[in-house]
Write a protein that binds this ligand. Structure first.
Ligand SMILES: O=C(CO)[C@H](O)[C@H](O)COP(=O)(O)O
Length: 251
């Protein structure tokens, strides 16, 4: 278990990291059955799941899927996976997505790829949410990965100050950085918002921080996913371990 982002990744070759992500994706795919309504996550681990799902669809599996980003939509479309929207298909059976960090209570930090708002909406519309990850994402305390917060473009500076104040009230102090797509060009989410990356370090009371961030008017959503994941498929050198319950409720 790592407390520093990338610590174990340094030891892990790029090939084995990708192999582990794919192993986690393959294990989660075993729960997908004919006729399911699926949420498709975003990021490199979720992309392995979409790729493997595409192969099953070519073999005849019928599922209907709601993507959590335009990038995932394009990938799924290119693989011939049937797509829908949450307006057409408002309730889903299962969402499979990656995460930037998770803890033993199945709490997550997400949004490293900037898709956290749609990811959270889709996960909340799903009976179950499976997280697929390599073992480097497991932490004792969330927060080594800077917490992404999606904010409205209007009054962005003011909203950042508000986030800082709220965090300080919980003893969390750390630089807040407006995310850029490239130097000099702001990152804009699929929903048209900015992302602020908050490097607080260890977040001892994630539940309180989540509630206080949600109450800030300019905050559209934040990357703390609490009470949404029902199972986490963790791929490591010894194979895939499952945290939580693949058939049931969040912890
Ligand atoms: O939350 C996300 C995107 O918003 C991703 O799930 C998260 O960043 C993990 O990505 P990867 O699988 O590439 O490590």
């Amino acid at each position: 278990m790592s407390d520093r982002p990338g610590e174990a990744n340094v030891r892990m070759s790029a090939f084995s990291a990708e192999a582990m992500k794919r192993a986690a994706a393959r294990a989660a795919l075993e729960s997908v059955t004919h006729g399911m309504r699926l949420g498709l996550g975003s990021g490199s681990t979720a992309a392995h799941f979409v790729d493997l799902l595409g192969a099953r669809v070519r073999e005849g599996l019928e599922v209907i899927c709601v993507p959590t980003s335009e990038r995932t939509r394009a990938q799924a479309e290119s693989l011939g996976i049937s797509l829908s929207t949450l307006d057409e298909t408002p309730q889903l059976d299962l969402t499979v997505d990656g995460a930037d960090e998770f803890d033993a209570a199945l709490r997550l930090i997400k949004g490293g790829g900037g898709a956290l708002l749609r990811e959270k909406i889709v996960a909340a519309a799903s009976t179950r949410m499976f997280v697929i990850a390599d073992a480097t994402k497991e932490v004792r305390t969330l927060g080594a990965f800077p917490l992404p917060v999606e904010i409205d473009r209007f009054g962005a500076r003011s909203t950042m100050l508000h986030i800082e104040r709220v965090a300080r009230g919980l003893g969390l102090i750390g630089p807040l950085t407006m995310r850029d797509a490239e130097p000099g060009e702001r990152f804009i989410t699929d929903g048209g918002h900015y992302i602020v990356d908050c490097a607080f370090g260890a977040i001892d009371d994630a539940d309180a921080l989540a509630a206080r961030l949600s109450a800030i008017p300019g905050v559209v959503d934040h990357g703390l996913f609490i009470g949404l994941a029902t199972a986490i498929f963790i791929a490591g050198a010894e194979g895939v371990r499952i945290l939580g319950n693949i058939s049931g409720d969040p912890l």
